[in-house]
Design a protein around this ligand. Structure first.
Ligand SMILES: C[S@@+](CC[C@H](N)C(=O)[O-])C[C@H]1O[C@@H](n2cnc3c(N)ncnc32)[C@H](O)[C@@H]1O
Length: 378
């Protein structure tokens, strides 16, 4: 598997740090390849038969599967190891970021000084409580931490650690989500040539950069709530020679004018928000689109359509990785929600975006792997 593509902002690792980081990624791969599958074996041979004996029927929901599987020692061992590798992945990258931080901050300042894109931060910005309530996916400090007036530590930590977390499945530049959605957009809307594109919840710009590369004539904008991640995203994009306009904004209510964008997208942000926020973000997306414009919100696989046991495994992150809203979002009727937010009936659809390179290793089934995406046409 190819390694992560080095760019000017990606934190450097000493030999020992690199070994420790890759060790945790390899343990994650080992769990996914060789251990996760054992959960199905114990479910089929032990846990399910015992449930049937007691209840006279199969478990009917993922909650019922959860109530019995979480008592099983094999699952407990698997789950504890998953959680441990998640904690240790962040921990292993923090060492490198702490050491390199003064140099990274300086590099980001230099790149920003010669930028072709832009960065607009908002003093006293109010981060929505669903992002500050806990550290999402156990990232220490969450997305919104900020250590100084020129801090890029949160972005530096996220960029390296999420590559390890994804076990390399998102590519060397962690851009496969963006590239996959672009492919889907081009196929679905060949007649739309975007002049302005907005990426909501851009974090470090991993998916924003490919939109600009795919549509070099377009102005591309990225928004997020985190000051440090935005500084990092801006410098990272500039280091790649890609001009993006980043700003600190809440996707529920931005300061862009009505009808400003041809395309509004997001990549895996919705499951980290809240029920009221989802409707507000759809409504805001509609406001921001010109007539004939397109909204694409892509997120993790839905839970509703999965058999109870698969849904139980797929929601591991909900209970063990501080992604509590992930279960709710993946069950919401988001097409109806989009219609309630102003999209005309028949103009909002749920579509599957195939990955340009399906994951080579996962904890779940990869059969027909793709990301569900809410598509809305104004
Ligand atoms: C999983 S990350 C998204 C990853 C990124 N889109 C990518 O493709 O690499 C979720 C991001 O959404 C941001 N976010 C969540 N709610 C938001 C909101 N209401 N407004 C703006 N950004 C938000 C978080 O701060 C975080 O950076």
């Amino acid at each position: 598997m190819a390694s992560q593509t080095q760019h000017q902002l990606l934190v450097m690792r000493t030999h020992d740090e690199a070994a420790r980081q890759e060790y945790y990624m390899d343990i994650r791969r080992h769990l996914a390849r060789n251990v996760a599958g054992g959960n199905r074996v114990v479910y089929t041979n032990v846990v399910r038969p015992s449930f049937v004996k007691t209840h006279g029927r199969d478990p009917e929901s993922r909650a019922e599967v959860r109530s019995v599987m979480t008592k099983d020692p094999y699952y407990q061992m698997y789950s504890a190891m998953q959680r441990h590798t998640q904690e240790m992945t962040w921990d292993s990258v923090i060492d490198s970021v702490e050491r390199e931080l003064p140099g990274l901050n300086q590099k980001a300042r230099q790149l920003a000084a010669a930028a072709k894109g832009s960065l607009t931060l908002t003093p006293d910005f109010q981060v929505p409580p669903y992002l500050t309530f806990y550290d999402i996916h156990l990232q220490p400090g969450g997305y919104h931490a900020n250590l100084s007036a020129d801090d890029v530590s949160v972005g530096a930590l996220y960029d390296r650690a999420t590559y390890l977390y994804a076990m390399g499945n998102l590519g060397g530049k962690s851009d496969y989500l963006g590239l996959s959605l672009i492919e889907h957009f081009k196929k679905r809307f060949p007649h739309v040539t975007p002049k302005r594109i907005l990426d909501m919840g851009c974090t470090t710009g991993n998916s924003t950069v490919p939109w600009k590369e795919a549509f070099p004539e377009a102005e591309v904008y990225g928004i997020d709530v985190g000051e440090s991640v935005l500084r990092y995203a801006h410098a990272r994009s500039e280091s790649m020679g890609v001009a993006v306009h980043y700003s600190q904004q809440n996707a529920e209510a931005t300061n862009f004018p009505d009808g400003f964008f041809d395309v509004v997208v997001s990549h895996i942000i919705m499951h980290e928000t809240s029920t009221p926020a989802v409707g507000r973000i759809f409504k805001e997306s509609k406001r921001l689109l010109r007539d004939g414009g397109v909204m694409l919100h892509m997120d993790n696989p839905r839970l509703k359509e999965l058999p109870p046991f698969d849904a139980f495994l797929a929601e591991w992150e909900v209970y063990n990785n501080n992604e509590r809203f992930g279960g709710t979002y993946r069950e919401m009727d988001i097409v109806s929600e989009a219609e309630k937010s102003g999209f005309a009936k028949g103009k909002a659809t749920l579509e599957i975006v195939p990955m340009i390179a399906p994951p080579s290793v996962t904890n779940y089934t990869t059969k027909g792997f793709g990301f569900p995406c809410l598509v809305g046409e104004k």
